[in-house]
Design a binder for this molecule. Structure first.
Ligand code: CUK
Ligand code: CUA
Length: 622
């Protein structure tokens, strides 16, 4: 077995510093890599007025808790979708529906967005994402670009190793970055190895009622699970994930989790796990079906890999999985076929925590080590099956052939790319054409905004020799993105009337204010350019309540006209929501402050938008 040249953390820091200062030196904006240097490059990214981009790119917003939508190739930002954090621009986290979804949290850390798939191809219907910060998973409806459901995942801490969906969106898997005692109860860190666990959750999505659900969980060893990918075609029943800290360190991870020469790829067969659950081979932990691999055997295997790998990516043909070792300057190509054979022949090299270890030599296809390329993190693919790996430390993208290991091309990026994303890159049939490098550091790329700079995304033309031809700043933090053909997404123009919705009113004459004890329900409408809360009242755009009343404002936008969105805010009550064309939304709050509060439309909707206001009057308690 080849010995890996370990990059110790001190050395690593040195490498980073050296790379950055070198890159800094060579990053004069006039340099050819940093600018669209000739007319034909500019034309490639120019989407003339009246025309639209070919692709949507959905970029992770990291600890902003949001998702950012860009058009490719123009790299114009089109939209922010709030998912795990409130957003006053859309009233997300203020209206009743989204407030409930947020579950009381006010931030999230969104890492890996994943489209729903049919036969291994993005189907353009749904987008999934997970929250590392507060252990949640979400689904976004691509008809409206809005978040529809969020679930809290119990027994787990930080599902970073997610979300990657299986070929027909049967599952998305959520393995965790942090090991904790099951249920997150208190246990001494001295008992880490026996009491702590990394947990993988298998989450299903019901398209009919638009609900996420946890099907089962697996109590894995107390390691960190970093990245995962689902199998494709011949490997479609399988999934892979990388681990680090198999040392089970409990402090100073930087050093202590980088000791062992090898960590593992966890390989599992989800069809087998599903069968085990059907057969009752699990235990009940906090209301969840939990498989303990040391007791309920089968379906899970370990493959040794160079220390502290980060990404693992399945090739579009489903034949290989490629691990990238952030501390070992190599990509390792493993063969699913060889792994299946090793499983069948029980070709094991012992076990850890009751999980059989496959022999490295039996599963490994080749080790790929491009000259001076350092810090490989994540790999994407083009239409010819060629691989594109981001090199965090040497700040470049390396194109190589998984079938031969040969390096084909390299291009510097500015600077330190984490992931990259290729057009339809995670499907069984990537498009080629475009790759976007998601860089952690922009340095001197854009106009200065002080000590903290934006992250940077660089568009690379991969149709021939790789060339950076455009860049765009992005808010923190583009951990990952997916790029989908624009024509696959079918948005609706307005929300259709919903006669079953008891909160909705579609005619001015049906508006009313109903009092039940100290509960006040307002059934109002928003239209250009007024609010009507009670058509029969002397002042139809005024709501008057008593201090302490519990108020529900149900508001329907009756402008069935694309793009005519109204907002609804109450001055000094910290309340704001949005009603899109045809939509009904509810705001619920207690009128605890007495006084006179103007209410107004926040979304510029007509020439008389400034007139779209009224009063919220709260009579003081005697
Ligand atoms: S992680 Cu950020 S660069 Cu969260 Cu996918 Cu690798
Ligand atoms: Cu309605 Cu502005």
């Amino acid at each position: 077995m080849k010995k890996w040249v370990p990059i110790t953390s001190g050395l690593l820091a040195g490498f980073i510093a050296a790379t950055i200062s070198f890159a800094n030196f060579s990053s004069n904006p006039k340099s050819e890599t940093a600018s669209a240097s000739n007319k034909s490059d500019a034309e490639k990214v120019y989407v003339p007025f009246g025309q639209k981009d070919d692709y949507y790119m959905f970029a992770s917003g990291g600890h902003s808790g949001q998702m950012f939508i860009y058009g490719v190739p123009s790299m114009r930002k089109i939209r922010t979708i709030p998912v795990f954090s409130p957003d006053s621009a859309t009233g997300y986290g203020f209206d009743e529906h989204s407030k409930k979804l947020m579950g009381g949290y006010t931030w999230g850390d969104l890492h890996h967005p994943a489209f729903s798939e049919t036969n291994g191809d993005y189907n353009g219907k749904w987008m999934f994402a997970t929250d590392v910060g507060n252990s949640r998973a979400a689904v976004v409806d691509l008809k409206t670009f809005t978040t529809k459901d969020i679930i809290k995942v119990p027994n787990t801490a930080g599902p970073h190793c997610a979300a990657f969906v299986t070929e027909n969106t049967e599952y998305m898997f959520l393995p965790t970055r942090f090991a904790v005692p099951l249920g997150q109860k208190y246990e001494s860190l001295d008992d880490y190895s026996s009491k702590y666990r990394g947990v993988m959750s298998a989450v299903t999505f019901n398209e009919k009622n638009v609900k996420l659900n946890i099907a089962y969980q697996v109590a894995l060893p107390p390691w960190s699970y970093d990245l995962s990918d689902a199998g494709k075609k011949g490997s479609k029943d399988w999934a892979v994930m990388t681990t680090y800290n198999t040392e089970e360190a409990t402090t100073t991870m930087e050093v202590n989790a980088s000791q062992a020469d090898r960590d593992y790829i966890v390989l599992f067969n989800w069809k087998e796990l599903e069968k085990m659950v059907k057969e009752g081979k699990y235990e009940n932990v906090g209301g969840q079906k939990m498989i303990f691999p040391e007791k309920q055997k089968g379906g899970i295997y370990l493959v040794p890999v160079a220390k502290s790998p980060h990404g693992v990516d399945v090739t579009p043909d489903g034949k290989y999985f490629i691990a990238s070792g952030k501390l070992a300057p190599a990509m390792t190509v493993f063969s699913f076929e060889k792994a299946f054979k090793a499983v069948q022949n029980k070709d094991f090299a012992g076990e850890r925590n009751g999980i059989p270890i496959l022999k490295y030599e039996s599963v490994m296809e080749r080790e790929v080590n491009p000259e001076n390329a350092l810090g490989p993190l994540h790999t994407q693919f083009d239409d010819k099956g060629m691989a594109y790996t981001t090199m965090f430390i040497s700040s470049e993208i390396v194109k190589w052939d998984p079938k031969t290991g040969k390096t084909l091309d390299r291009v510097p990026v500015q600077y330190s790319p984490g992931h990259s994303v290729a057009a339809e890159g995670d499907t069984v049939s990537p498009d080629g054409k475009w790759l976007v490098a998601l860089n952690k550091l922009a340095k001197d790329t854009y106009l200065s905004v002080g000590p903290s700079h934006p992250e940077s995304m660089q568009l690379i033309d991969i149709s021939g020799k790789m060339k950076v031809i455009q860049s765009a700043p992005v808010d923190p933090e583009p951990h990952y993105a997916q790029m989908i053909k624009a024509d696959k997404i079918k948005t609706i123009e307005v929300y259709p009337k919903d006669p079953k919705n008891k909160d909705a009113v579609y005619e001015q004459k049906d508006t009313k204010i109903v009092r039940k004890g100290n509960e006040v329900h307002v059934y109002g409408i928003a239209m250009r350019s007024r609010f009507v809360f009670d058509a029969k009242s002397k002042r139809p755009d005024v709501i008057e309540v008593n201090q302490g009343d519990h108020v529900f404002i149900h508001l329907t936008n009756i402008d069935f006209d694309e793009d005519i969105t109204h907002g609804f805010a109450i001055n000094d009550y910290n309340l704001n929501m949005e009603v899109q064309p045809g939509q009904t939304n509810t705001m619920e709050f207690t009128a605890d402050k007495a006084g006179t509060f103007p209410l107004y439309c926040t979304n510029f909707c007509s020439a008389l938008h400034q007139e779209m206001n009224g009063y919220f009057l709260v009579k003081p308690k005697k």
